[in-house]
Design a protein around this ligand. Structure first.
Ligand code: PLP
Length: 431
């Protein structure tokens, strides 16, 4: 299997080259040249996530040096449960819980898979690989956790000073060893600019081996298709029906993975995107132009994206607009609707959602067409990660899951960094 760029101006590469490159040299995103065709019986007797991953991803790794390692990579990456369970008080609605990983958000899945791939690709290399990641909160923690103590790899996490929550900051700064956190005197955009400047500097990249772990990496996207494949298979076995999905969406990475899972023939039904007030996607799908804008700050902060970069992958799969618009639905959810959803679902049904998951729960209640069959909302993070939003709404303290609580007890350390690229380059040269 080869991967080509959505930019259409870069050579096709194998999966490990696509993983190493991150972005294609023409600035496009890597997509598989074709999708394998599966039937549910290809997964007969399969009961674990690593097994689903091995079968689903085998064709995507065909002909690649990592192919023989795929079973071990899946074992390594899918190391925590991803349950599908019915939602209390709602007929025909279930939830896929993606938050049982080390940092309690779905990004753990992609980050662990990417780390498992890069660790194996690095085994033949002499020099350390430096993985750069700019984060506004969740991504950096997941990447740090996933790469912690992997040999041959160092991680540099850049986050904006004073703009991540105390619990998020702890998840970025508690690791030590090969993980190095930088508190940048600027905004998230400044962090991202520093990472881009480093990767673009020929002088620097001649001296140290650098890559990034941002969300457009195909090494993060492919494994996300695995949990949708698994959920749809479990549902198919029990009910003989396709499972539709409602996915909290920001940069569209999680949702594109679902579209890809369906493109391989798995029994996924309709796919509905739930955004926060950043509604570039719903506006576009309802017949407007593609108009990226400045992002707005909302309660579902990990979805505050004004220019969802993975739209390029959806457009590549459906070059015809009417086909694209038929492939997914999308609805925007306001902060007030998020608050109300969290309050009422907790008081009436004992269901507690993080603000991102609450957008999907709102869409299930107000927009989903149940004639399309049963639906699963996707829970992208544990509510305890967003206690500052949720606790005032419900008037209670949220118990912290043990894995997260352990991180809160570790000592933390970050170095201060300005927004001048040269200072960052000097650090990269010397550490
Ligand atoms: C990143 C994130 C999202 C958005 O996912 P995309 O792949 O960017 O659409 C939703 N919820 C949580 C908790 C996240 O961390």
């Amino acid at each position: 299997m080869k991967y080509r760029s959505t930019g259409k101006d870069a050579p096709a590469v194998t999966v490990s080259e696509a993983i190493r490159n991150g972005l294609a040299p023409d600035g496009g995103l890597y997509v598989p040249e074709r999708f394998p065709a599966f039937q549910t019986r290809d997964f007969a007797r399969v009961v674990t996530l690593p097994e689903v991953g091995r079968i689903l991803l085998e064709p995507f790794f065909e002909g690649d040096p990592l192919q023989p390692e795929l079973p071990a990579i899946c074992q390594d990456a899918f190391s925590f449960p991803i349950p599908l369970r019915p939602v209390n008080g709602r007929k025909g609605v279930s939830v896929i819980e993606l938050f049982h990983g080390p940092t309690a958000a779905f990004k753990d899945v992609g980050a662990r898979f990417l780390a498992a791939c890069l660790e194996r690709l690095e085994q033949q290399e002499q020099d350390t690989l430096k993985v750069l990641v700019a984060t506004s909160g969740d991504t950096g923690g997941a990447v740090a956790a996933a790469f912690h103590r992997r040999p041959g790899i160092e991680v540099k996490v850049l986050y904006p000073a004073g703009m991540v929550s105390p619990r998020q900051e702890q998840q970025l700064t508690c690791w030590g060893d090969n993980i190095h956190a930088f508190r940048v005197a600027g905004a998230f955009d400044d962090c991202q600019r520093l990472v881009k400047a480093a990767l673009a500097s020929e002088a620097l990249t001649a001296e140290c081996r650098l890559t990034s772990a941002n969300s457009i990496s195909i090494g993060r996207l492919l494994p996300q298709a695995v949990y949708y494949a698994a959920a749809s298979l479990w549902h198919w076995r029990e009910h003989g029906k396709r499972l539709s999905l409602i996915i909290p969406t920001g940069n569209l990475g999680n949702a594109v993975a679902a579209v890809w899972a369906r493109a391989t023939g798995l029994p996924v039904g309709t796919i509905t995107l739930a955004t926060n007030a950043n509604k570039v996607i719903p506006d576009y799908l309802s017949g407007g132009d593609w108009q990226p804008r400045q992002s707005l700050a909302t309660l579902a902060s990990a979805m505050d994206v004004g220019n969802p970069s993975n739209m390029a992958r959806l457009q590549d799969l459906h070059p015809d607009f009417s086909e694209l618009a038929a492939s997914v639905d999308a609805f925007a959810v306001s902060d007030e609707q998020i608050r109300r959803q969290i309050r009422t679902d907790y008081s009436e049904h004992g269901e507690l959602w993080c603000p991102h998951t609450a957008t999907a729960a709102h869409v299930a209640d107000h927009h989903y067409d149940f004639s399309a069959g049963p639906v699963a909302i996707v829970a992208t993070a544990h509510p305890a990660k967003f206690e500052t939003v949720i606790e005032p709404l419900i008037g209670e303290t949220i118990p912290v899951p043990p894995a997260l609580a352990n991180l809160f007890d570790l000592p933390s350390h970050a170095d201060d960094l300005g927004t001048e690229p040269e200072a960052f380059f000097a650090v990269l040269r010397s550490t």
